[in-house]
Write a protein that binds this ligand. Sequence first.
Ligand SMILES: *[C@@H]1O[C@H](CO)[C@@H](O)[C@H](O)[C@H]1NC(C)=O
Ligand SMILES: *[C@@H]1O[C@H](CO)[C@@H](O)[C@H](O)[C@H]1NC(C)=O
Ligand SMILES: *[C@@H]1O[C@H](CO)[C@@H](O)[C@H](O)[C@H]1NC(C)=O
Ligand SMILES: *[C@@H]1O[C@H](CO)[C@@H](O)[C@H](O)[C@H]1NC(C)=O
Ligand SMILES: *[C@@H]1O[C@H](CO)[C@@H](O)[C@H](O)[C@H]1NC(C)=O
Ligand SMILES: *[C@@H]1O[C@H](CO)[C@@H](O)[C@H](O)[C@H]1NC(C)=O
Ligand SMILES: *[C@@H]1O[C@H](CO)[C@@H](O)[C@H](O)[C@H]1NC(C)=O
Ligand SMILES: *[C@@H]1O[C@H](CO)[C@@H](O)[C@H](O)[C@H]1NC(C)=O
Length: 387
Amino acid sequence: MFTTKFLSFILLHCALLSLVSAQEPASFNPWEYRKTFVTCPAVDRSGATPVPTNLRLAYLDINPTASKTLVLVHGWPSLWTTYRNQITEFSKEYRIIVPEHRGYGDSQHPVDLESSNTMYDFVDDVLCVLDNAGVDTGVCVGNDFGAQLCWEAGRSRPDRFVGVFNIGIPYVSATLGFSTNRALAALNPFFTYQVYLDEMEKPAAKELDSDIRASIRSCARTAETAPPAEFLTKNTTFLGPWKQYLKENNLTEIPASGIMSKTVEDYMVDSYSKQGFYNTFNGYQLGNRNLTYQFEIGQGNYTLPQPTFTLFMTKDPVSDWEEFAELIGSASFLSNHFNQTIETAHWPHEEKPVEFNAILREWLGNVTFSQTPGNGSAPGNGSAVRC
Ligand SMILES: *[C@@H]1O[C@H](CO)[C@@H](O)[C@H](O)[C@H]1NC(C)=O
Ligand SMILES: *[C@@H]1O[C@H](CO)[C@@H](O)[C@H](O)[C@H]1NC(C)=O
Ligand SMILES: *[C@@H]1O[C@H](CO)[C@@H](O)[C@H](O)[C@H]1NC(C)=O
Ligand SMILES: *[C@@H]1O[C@H](CO)[C@@H](O)[C@H](O)[C@H]1NC(C)=O
Ligand SMILES: *[C@@H]1O[C@H](CO)[C@@H](O)[C@H](O)[C@H]1NC(C)=O
Ligand SMILES: *[C@@H]1O[C@H](CO)[C@@H](O)[C@H](O)[C@H]1NC(C)=O
Ligand SMILES: *[C@@H]1O[C@H](CO)[C@@H](O)[C@H](O)[C@H]1NC(C)=O
Ligand SMILES: *[C@@H]1O[C@H](CO)[C@@H](O)[C@H](O)[C@H]1NC(C)=O
């Protein structure tokens, strides 16, 4: 409950904090933000017939009385904190909803990994969160796996997602046909880790769980702190190339890249410790990917009518996404589209937040938001405390 005593504690705490945070965004403290919980319908497809079930999902709802909403969708291995620099920048003007995907942190997961987590299940989770918050429409901002989710959200529900701004991953139309993870790895060796997470999910979870901090650091790199050349190219280990690197350089742990503060890293380690990595492999399983493809083909429409944007990183160790987007004719499915490059690795919104925020802000001028003011529907259990 939000007692007066608690409120004055927060206000005092916030006043003290703002003295620091003005000069030093590194002081972002994830523990200051409180989550809202909602129970959402889901489907368990592990048996012969699909069975309806429920999942208790967590999300952040920041500045819930603003009329325009940004939905910030995280990827893997990531968390809502990946958007800390956008939360601090945009939460004065926008309502910010940040879902915590099923299987991450405090969000429940259907027991079945293989086929109960299609992309439209993830979209339904986000819609359930928006419904609970009383939000009709918003802009979907995604990176990594979250970008795939935002593309599918924008394609299948243009009535709810009035704009789509994605980082890295271009729109991949189902007209291209279905590619298995192995086929994708044959095209680009840096997709091989997806074969590992898909086909050897139990050993992979054991490996990543054995050192959660190392697993997070292995991916949280900047252009200046690139991973070893063979990272992501192995189908029987994830951290193997890093272990080799440590040995060759007489190091005992993967050096932090500096992309996040120790506080944020500690928070991530804590969150990933709650369930481990296994459930977070749900976006890579062949069964889920195949069902997603069948669903898109079944709907039979492949274009996004609303304003879209893709930000292409030029130093991403995973892929040259701009080249990939050209190859698959991504922009031809997007009727109101802009794109730009940025000289960063995989997480530009963390690596170059000032430049990133300016790019997002400029593009947001293209979006027509419906002007229904937020009703701040969950003050008791959620309205995130921010300073
Ligand atoms: C806020 O919006 C939700 C969803 O539209 C609605 O169910 C709820 O009654 C609204 N609350 C208030 C206080 O208007
Ligand atoms: C695609 O089809 C689905 C199902 O008919 C529909 O809900 C959605 O609005 C369509 N998308 C677009 C962009 O027209
Ligand atoms: C795993 O990678 C090796 C080469 O590193 C290759 O020979 C093998 O076919 C791959 N296995 C799978 C399942 O992709
Ligand atoms: C690592 O340590 C070994 C043994 O002390 C030494 O021979 C080698 O030069 C060191 N390598 C590096 C990269 O520092
Ligand atoms: C995808 O699912 C369809 C329908 O169940 C099945 O026929 C097909 O073999 C599956 N494809 C792969 C690559 O698993
Ligand atoms: C970038 O956007 C322009 C204009 O819509 C488009 O012609 C071009 O193909 C896009 N580039 C990529 C890589 O999608
Ligand atoms: C639309 O987005 C582009 C790319 O960010 C930007 O240059 C342009 O100013 C935007 N248009 C409006 C009307 O805001
Ligand atoms: C949070 O509050 C909203 C609005 O008051 C309510 O609809 C929802 O059920 C609450 N969730 C939980 C988990 O208490």
